[in-house]
Design a binder for this molecule. Structure first.
Ligand SMILES: Cc1cc2nc3c(=O)[nH]c(=O)nc-3n(C[C@H](O)[C@H](O)[C@H](O)COP(=O)(O)OP(=O)(O)OC[C@H]3O[C@@H](n4cnc5c(N)ncnc54)[C@H](O)[C@@H]3O)c2cc1C
Length: 357
């Protein structure tokens, strides 16, 4: 059981900024996301698309914004080594239960059994937990060689290195995965054979991505398989082949070593709807002075909340996280003076940021 001041559910842009704001106010936070990477929609839905309306940042992509938010929050998300993950960032965990504790605060549990007790909880869950769309064929869900995410762990070998990998999908997610795997700078990480499986010989992807993948197909680096997978052969917990119904009406068996399903993400509100706070159309109703939900100490910020005039924009989420942090700091430390301090001039904030001279 981890004991902390604050728990942030969702490591999207607003959740990351929430950790930063809490840190400035001297509150320690743990942060959880079901995805294997921080960044929420910015990473899962539009990593390479431009954002033009962040104040003071004329242009950045979803990936760049996430990177900057992580760098900004770093004083409050320490890691054991420069490349190591932050100790208080728990990725790949879905928060499944939230209970109020008799002596105040909350206890949460994830689907992987992580238990955290926090004095305040900040729900920054966006449209819900991002879950990859998958292929519903018997045996696939349990197979050890079926993947939904790119291999990002540095210093380890990609599971498909030197083997036959089939990527399933024809949209941006599938094509960008095919491109980054085929062009992996470390040759030893590339598969020996890379196939792209899509129901037709036309993709629904950005034109430049489409063109880059077509170039690799023409060069023989990516093999296109056109058809619909109808059955999987599973042997000893591994998919060994897919039966694929081609456009000519014939079914062919396609052997493989690994299958990477890239059909996009869909958000699932899931467990949140059972936690007892007032909801309006599947969003958490909040008070705009504090961004607290109907349950004291349980805050909701970013796309997950609703209030009169709500706009689902990044800068609105950042504002909400700031006010929620100030409210929580006052509520958790009622005897401490609550002066507004500037990062520009406050020695205390400089000390917390690790920039004190
Ligand atoms: C295509 C597109 C373009 C956009 N462009 C702009 C733009 O130009 N400018 C702008 O201001 N906004 C833009 N937006 C909106 C912006 O991305 C959102 O407002 C922002 O991402 C909301 O951030 P968030 O942190 O609240 O939620 P999200 O980004 O949705 O992150 C929420 C995170 O919480 C996680 N989560 C949820 N429930 C759980 C759970 N139970 N357990 C564990 N993890 C959980 C999810 O997996 C997710 O990672 C755009 C959105 C889209 C889709």
């Amino acid at each position: 059981m981890i004991h902390t001041d604050a728990l942030v559910i969702g490591a999207g842009p607003v959740g990351l900024f929430q950790v930063f704001q809490l840190g400035l106010l001297g509150l320690k936070a743990e942060i959880i996301d079901v995805l294997p990477q921080a960044g929420g929609q910015c990473i899962a839905l539009y990593p390479d698309k431009p954002i033009y309306d962040i104040p003071g940042v004329p242009l950045c992509t979803g990936r760049e914004l996430t990177q900057q938010l992580l760098v900004q929050a770093m004083p409050f998300m320490p890691a054991d080594a420069p490349d190591a993950p932050s100790r208080n960032l728990h990725l790949g965990h879905m928060v499944s239960e939230l209970r109020a504790c008799a002596d105040g605060g909350f206890q949460i549990e994830t689907d992987k059994g992580l238990l955290i007790q926090a004095r305040a909880v900040f729900i920054a869950a966006g449209a819900g937990a991002f879950v990859p769309r998958t292929l519903n064929l018997p045996g696939l869900a349990e197979a050890g060689n079926v993947h939904h995410f790119l291999h990002e762990a540095s210093g380890t070998t990609a599971p498909w290195a030197g083997q036959h990998l089939i990527i399933h999908g024809g949209g941006d997610e599938a094509l960008s995965a095919a491109l980054s795997i085929a062009r992996h700078p470390d040759l030893a990480q590339r598969p020996a054979r890379l196939s792209l499986l899509h129901r037709r010989d036309q993709f629904q992807a950005e034109a430049d991505l489409d063109a880059a993948v077509r170039d690799l197909m023409a060069a023989g680096e990516i093999n296109l398989i056109v058809g619909m997978p109808t059955e999987a052969t599973v042997d000893d917990g591994l998919v060994t082949s897919l039966q694929i119904l081609g456009t000519d009406g014939q079914t062919r068996s396609q052997p493989l070593d690994h299958l990477l399903i890239r059909l996009g993400m869909s958000p699932k509100l899931g467990p949140l709807s059972n936690w007892g706070m007032a909801l309006e159309r599947k969003q958490v109703a909040v008070n705009t002075a504090s961004f607290e939900s109907s349950i004291p100490g349980l805050y909701a910020v970013g796309d997950i909340n609703v209030y009169p005039g709500k706009k689902r924009l990044l800068l609105c989420g950042f504002h909400e996280a700031t006010l929620a942090a100030h409210h929580a700091a006052a509520a958790l430390n009622p005897d401490a003076p609550q002066h507004l301090l500037y990062t520009t001039t406050s020695p205390l904030l400089h000390q917390r940021l690790g920039v004190a001279k």
